[in-house]
Design a protein. Structure first.
Length: 129
């Protein structure tokens, strides 16, 4: 009976950790999607001329365009860095999930071996005398 409880605890622990890891993964997927959306918005703003600037002299429009290009480039660079950091975190999450899975499998195997040893030895009687 005690071994059965131990198995249940291991399963419950595993399920809780697995749920937590999947939740973190869902957040990472959402974050990745947001980064892509922000990147598209920055590209749109960079590539679309502002009609309010049509009344400015050409030199001011050119200056404004250069500033917009530069700042949009900075934003896109930072977005790429955030994406790279997200990829690193995602790899760490995958490694953690694999570690959790392997520990769970090892514990379950050990519990199964203990259970089967107990059943095997409990059913055998040896007369050495």
């Amino acid at each position: 009976m005690d071994r059965f409880k131990e198995s249940r605890v291991l399963e419950a622990e595993h399920i809780y950790l697995t749920q937590e890891l999947h939740l973190i993964r869902a957040y990472n997927v959402r974050y990745s999607s947001l980064l892509e959306d922000i990147s598209l918005h920055v590209l749109f703003i960079r590539d679309t001329l502002n009609p309010a600037l049509d009344d400015l002299p050409p030199s001011d429009r050119i200056l404004n365009r250069e500033i917009m290009q530069r700042e949009a480039g900075h934003l896109l660079t930072h977005i790429k860095k955030l994406g790279a950091e997200l990829n690193r975190q995602d790899e760490r999450l995958k490694n953690l999930k694999e570690l959790t899975e392997s520990r769970f499998v090892r514990r379950m195997t050990e519990a199964t071996l203990r259970d089967s040893e107990g059943e095997f030895l409990g059913g055998c009687t040896m007369n050495l005398i």
